[in-house]
Design a protein around this ligand. Structure first.
Ligand SMILES: [Zn+2]
Length: 635
């Protein structure tokens, strides 16, 4: 999933140049490898249905020879939470990732829970210039050691590809970082739409309105990272031109001059942003022509860190990403490259989105087989997130109750089944390469559920007297802009998290420690009794008490309550960002039509193994141990 809140630009340009730190020589692996494939969001019901219909022959074969079952997910059922449990073999209370978003206790503002940039305090502000006196650093907020480090400390060699919450990359033999890697702007993905007609803006995107000259030529610019030395964070820019051409729209960008046909994606285009003529910040983009002349409309992907010239570490060893790109071609480096927001905003078509998914799928596949061939690792872990992204955006094709079901075309309707067949094809290729003694584990982090109705949880808290607004306000904008903290006892941020406004913890907390248990009980009772006024049905299936379901409170971010919705419901986007709109529940009319942020027993993941299980594996954090058995079995 991609979220828009990670706007605050990180000054990547100040990251220290990477020191070379070479990996160990690859061991000669004869047999006994452990290969772990993750297919994010693969749902056991859909997998079983399509195994039965013969669409997933390799999954069916694996189920028959080894094991297939559903796999318990984390509380809550969110990718960064569940993959952190997978990596560390622990529950959220220990690894410290509880939601896509956490809240800052000082400001109550939402922030990305996966990684954070720590800015140097020391800076010199002079004549409008902002000169930091030390380098910024980036921290992965996941606490605890991932099992691949344990694997290597026991003499093994690991390759880990695109597992979420691995940024900055762990120091192992081979890693390509996944969710958490920012774009060149320091965000989790900001695209740009160039148009000659006014277009409504949207989350995570920038719209640039352009005007053609008499000959049709258009001179514009691609805005890059903020100027690191200017206080106002003005962006650095690189020129961009469009012109009418035979067969499409001509594009001049970076050192390239090429023609794009309508509906076509370009290959990678290198761009650079000059800083005072001294430093060049390099990135790569792809362009897509939505509409040709006379009214050209062009989509430019988020500016990715160039694997050959990474401004920030995206692989271990640092030169692995560049060497990999030499062998398999350039690839998307940002942690969440699938352009879900562009599609949800109507800035990309279903077809363009699916083509983009095909590209990232092929990149991940090439990475995986390159690693199996070249890295000499006896542990290879690779996660494919395309199954999750396609399920988010095309559940509307499977769900007759979704507002867009009727207008979802044939290709879109078959998109989820297609993504599962692609997973099956990759699985088949891996199974072909298995050697005597190899162990194959396939899992997902959670399943899927329809997303038909959005719940404004902060509106419910307001209507029931837990969240107070400033005098004269009936609603609150994002970031709790109109909330009166001196009278607020509870608030919601993120996809499932609810917090008390606790005295001594929150900056303006008013709830005393002695009131906590009773207030949590009261809130739980109220949430379970909440009815959808239009559909006259309950909304919340389970409320989890943070102090009971989490042993420990790593990072100090554990929510007080975790809200598990019934299938069909999900926290609204406004809720995730701390807004309280007027209505309690609204119909979801977006293409983002499937989700998994519901009661966790509704959305287990899958587990397949090529071998018989010696003991039950009930939940995702136990998969780390299951994988480690492969290391222990080796001589
Ligand atoms: Zn997801």
């Amino acid at each position: 999933m991609r979220y828009r809140f990670i706007r605050c630009a990180t000054l990547l340009v100040f990251l220290a140049a990477l020191g070379a730190c070479g990996g160990k020589a690859p061991p000669d692996v004869q047999s006994g490898r452990t290969i772990v494939l993750g297919f994010d969001g693969m749902d056991p019901r859909l997998a079983a249905q399509w195994m039965d219909s013969g669409d997933l022959p390799h999954f069916a074969q694996l189920a028959q020879q080894g094991y297939f079952g559903s796999l318990g997910t984390t509380i809550p059922a969110q990718s960064p939470v569940a993959w952190s449990s997978f990596a560390t073999g622990t529950q959220p209370g220990q690894h410290g990732i509880y939601d896509f978003l956490r809240r800052e206790k000082e400001s109550y503002l939402p922030s990305f829970s996966v990684s954070e940039t720590i800015f140097p305090d020391a800076a010199l502000d002079l004549f409008g210039w902002h000169i930091p006196l030390a380098d910024a650093s980036i921290r992965n907020r996941r606490v605890g050691a991932p099992f691949w480090e344990d694997w290597e400390s026991r003499g093994g060699s690991a390759t880990v590809l695109r597992v979420p919450v691995t940024y900055p990359p762990d120091d192992i033999d081979h890693m390509i970082a996944g969710m958490g890697v920012p774009d060149l702007l320091g965000t989790q993905g900001t695209y740009t739409l160039y148009s000659t007609r006014p277009v409504a803006g949207g989350e995570s995107g920038r719209v640039v309105l352009m005007k053609a000259g008499e000959d049709g030529r258009i001179e514009t610019a691609l805005a890059g990272p903020p100027h690191p030395l200017k206080q106002a964070l003005e962006p650095l820019e690189t020129p961009l031109q469009f012109y009418p051409a035979e067969g499409g729209t001509g594009v001049v960008l970076g050192e390239r001059d090429f023609v794009l046909a309508q509906g076509e994606w370009s290959d990678w285009v290198a761009v650079s942003f000059d800083l005072l003529g001294v430093i060049r910040i390099r990135g790569v983009v792809r362009l897509h022509l939505l509409e040709d002349y006379p009214r050209p409309r062009v989509y430019v992907s988020p500016i990715q860190i160039d694997p050959h010239n990474p401004l920030a570490p995206i692989s271990s060893p640092p030169d692995y990403a560049g060497k990999l790109a030499d062998r398999i071609g350039m690839f998307h480096t940002i942690g969440m490259p699938e352009e879900t927001w562009s599609l949800n905003n109507g800035h990309l078509t279903d077809e363009a989105f699916l083509e983009m998914i095909e590209t990232t799928f092929a990149e991940r596949e090439a990475m995986l087989f390159d690693a199996l061939e070249n890295n000499g690792s006896d542990l290879v872990v690779g996660v494919f997130v395309q199954t999750d992204r396609v399920s988010h955006m095309f559940y509307r094709g499977l769900d007759p109750q979704h507002a867009l079901y009727g207008e979802t075309g044939a290709r879109a309707r078959g998109a989820i089944a297609w993504s599962y067949r692609e997973a099956d094809r990759v699985l088949g290729r891996v199974m072909e390469q298995l050697r005597e003694g190899d162990r194959l584990i396939v899992l997902s982090d959670h399943g899927f559920s329809p997303y038909r109705w959005s719940v404004n949880l902060n509106a419910w808290l307001r209507d029931n007297g837990y969240l107070a607004l400033q005098d004269g306000s009936g609603t609150s904008d994002v970031g709790f802009a109109q909330v009166d903290w001196s009278r607020t006892r509870a608030y919601a941020v993120g996809l499932n998290s609810l917090y008390l406004n606790l005295a001594g913890r929150e900056a303006q907390g008013i709830v005393g420690a002695e009131e906590v248990d009773e207030l949590k009980r009261e809130l739980s009772r109220g949430l379970l009794a909440m009815r959808d006024p239009q559909r006259e049905q309950p909304v919340v299936k389970t409320v989890y008490d943070g102090s009971r379901v989490y042993s420990g409170n790593a990072n100090g971010d554990a929510p007080d309550l975790v809200v598990g919705y019934h299938r069909g419901y999900r926290a609204s986007w406004q809720t995730t960002l701390g807004a309280a709109p007027a209505e309690l529940i609204s119909i979801n009319r977006g293409k983002w039509s499937g989700d998994h942020c519901v009661a966790v027993d509704e959305v287990p993941g899958v587990l397949f193994t090529s071998f018989k299980l010696e003991q039950r594996v009930d939940s995702i954090e136990q998969v780390a141990q299951l994988a480690m058995q492969g290391r222990r079995a080796q001589p």
